[in-house]
Design a protein around this ligand. Structure first.
Ligand code: MN
Length: 264
């Protein structure tokens, strides 16, 4: 399938969580060239793992950065959600038709999606009623990044060609392979990870205890149909996400246990 023809009426906002200088962001912007009007609003610093946090205890500053790709880049000294929130509510002249996030330096699968700033930036667009897609490379280190960017562009083209009514929120994880753009793609559900490794306790130079959060655990639920299974088998994983965290399956049981009418 071909690439989507340039549409001057199409506005695309691109953000990330690794910071405005991250190679994954530049690669994604370059790969989307020709799709429409692209604006980039990204965090000043690496904000991985900040989830959906908004900065409420101080004002945010925005400065414009130079970029070789020619798209306008604005930098926010805040979180990924701050970037998209400020972009949508104050910076951008046009409401975007699409919000893209990434490409992240490392996987966002299973429980990672709850902590991920990459997914959060896309989620912020989704919460404003805009179709949004988050992209991550499975392994850290930017190996085969250009191939991942080509895969991301191909997914965007396919999504746009499908002419789905928004909003929707897709979480895409791309194996680090030179043939990433030509790999099979599967729609998956989130797997589960084992609990993170124990916190690492150290002593700082002043003799006080400090604690490092340990690395994420290995996949625990990685069966057929999960994002972990797909990427482990050389496929691009596409998980449709939703924000409603209601446990619908247990609602009736909890109602039985907890509900009561006020009686005299
Ligand atoms: Mn990141």
């Amino acid at each position: 399938m071909g690439t989507t023809p340039y549409n001057p009426g199409m506005h695309i906002l691109i953000a990330n969580d690794d910071g405005y200088l991250a190679p994954g962001l530049t690669a994604l912007v370059r790969a989307c060239a020709g799709l429409g009007e692209i604006e980039v609003v990204a965090p000043e610093q690496n904000a991985s793992g900040t989830s959906n946090a908004l900065t409420l205890n101080r004002p945010l500053s925005v400065f414009e950065a130079r970029a070789e790709h020619g798209c306008r880049v604005r930098v926010v000294n805040g979180t990924p959600s701050d970037c998209v929130h400020v972009a949508l509510t104050g910076l951008l002249e046009h409401k975007p038709d699409l919000v893209l996030s990434g490409i992240n330096n490392g996987a966002n699968m299973g429980d990672d999606t709850l902590y991920s700033g990459t997914v959060a930036a896309a989620t912020e667009g989704f919460l404003f009623g805009i179709p949004a897609i988050a992209f991550s490379q499975v392994l850290k280190g930017w190996g085969d990044l250009d191939a991942a960017a080509a895969a991301a562009r191909s997914v965007v083209d396919q999504v746009l060609a499908s002419a789905r009514q928004g909003p929707y929120l897709l979480n895409v994880n791309i194996p680090n392979r030179a043939d990433a753009a030509n790999l099979p793609r599967v729609v998956t559900r989130l797997g589960r990870r084992h609990a993170s490794s124990p916190v690492i306790r150290q002593v700082n130079p002043r003799g006080e205890a400090i604690y490092w959060i340990g690395p994420a655990g290995d996949a625990r639920e990685a069966g057929e149909g999960t994002d972990f299974h797909a990427t482990a088998n050389g496929k691009v994983s596409i998980t449709p996400l939703q924000v409603d965290m209601t446990d619908h399956a247990r609602g009736a049981d909890w109602a039985h246990a907890l509900e009561r009418s006020v009686s005299a």
